[in-house]
Ligand binder design. Structure first.
Ligand SMILES: NC(=O)c1ccc[n+]([C@@H]2O[C@H](COP(=O)([O-])OP(=O)(O)OC[C@H]3O[C@@H](n4cnc5c(N)ncnc54)[C@H](O)[C@@H]3O)[C@@H](O)[C@H]2O)c1
Length: 252
């Protein structure tokens, strides 16, 4: 990834943070696009210090088009090009479907699905112009198999898969590859926050028994595949979905 420029949404913490670190260690410069500016900046300073690469934070809400346009312009000003886009920003809460409200549906779909759509709509034209680029979208196995208490979240993640396959077809002619990484259950701040709810803690606690590898994943077990898919080593791979889930689902 030497001297590639990578944008990682949701890179302040969790899986996104591990992805930022893996790209920087592989020689890339990274722009962290996250709502949480302080966390993003802290991550950027630390990873830049250990990797020796330029890692910067640009406060971005992926649901806001004007933020993403600013992110694109800032990135081009600093690095002149965008080689790779990783869409990792996401949000979730467990609640049985009939207890959910349209406000919650709106929030989940806006961040998880339309966030990815917004990012691609603003960044892809630059890649098309250069006839070069790679996109990796972070989905979830809930989008493949469904998940109790996550009707709309799972739907948003399934939508990411269909969207990614479609733009992979549309932009193969532009030498742009689009793939999906689909984690199972991974130990991150998001999961910690979700555990604050009693029912959620119970459900998450019981799922571990069904994971063949008998534990949650770590963010640094997701990031290597993301970097591989964005690299030239994956030059013949596009429109694919890869699960990383300790064996919880075996749907491929
Ligand atoms: N942790 C898991 O078990 C798991 C499983 C499957 C998929 N995923 C997916 O992986 C991705 C990362 O999840 P995580 O567990 O690391 O979560 P996390 O909450 O620890 O990190 C998510 C990051 O996204 C950022 N973010 C949220 N909304 C945003 C917005 N509107 N604009 C910009 N940034 C925003 C947050 O500030 C945070 O830094 C998400 O897409 C999530 O759906 C996670």
């Amino acid at each position: 990834m030497n001297d590639k420029t990578v944008i990682v949404t949701g890179g302040a913490r969790g899986i996104g943070r591990a992805v930022v670190q893996a790209f920087a260690e592989a020689g890339a410069d990274v722009v962290i696009a996250d709502l949480r500016f302080e966390d993003a900046n802290d991550t950027a300073v630390k990873i830049s210090g250990t990797s020796g690469r330029r890692v910067v934070a640009v406060q971005t809400d992926v649901t806001k088009r004007e933020d993403i346009e600013k992110l694109r312009d800032e990135t081009l000003r600093m690095f002149t090009k965008i080689d790779v886009l990783i869409n990792c920003a996401g949000w979730d809460r467990l609640l049985p479907f009939l207890k959910t409200t349209p406000d919650l549906w709106q929030k989940v779909l806006s961040i998880n699905f339309l966030g990815v759509v917004n990012m691609c709509h603003v960044i892809l034209p630059h890649m098309v112009e250069r006839k070069q680029g790679a996109v990796v979208n972070i989905s979830s196995d809930t989008g493949l198999v469904g998940s109790f208490g996550e009707a709309i979240y799972a739907s948003s993640k399934a939508a990411i898969m269909a969207f990614s396959k479609t733009i992979a077809r549309e932009h193969a002619r532009d030498n742009i590859r689009v793939n999906v990484v689909s984690p199972g259950l991974c130990d991150t701040p998001l999961i910690d926050e979700m555990r604050a709810d009693e029912l959620t803690a119970k459900i998450l606690g019981s799922i571990v028994n069904f994971i063949p590898l008998k534990r949650l994943g770590r963010p640094d077990e997701i990031s290597p595949l993301v970097v591989f898919l964005a690299s030239d080593a994956a030059s013949y791979i596009t429109g694919q979905v890869y699960s990383i889930n300790g064996g919880l689902n075996m749907v491929g």
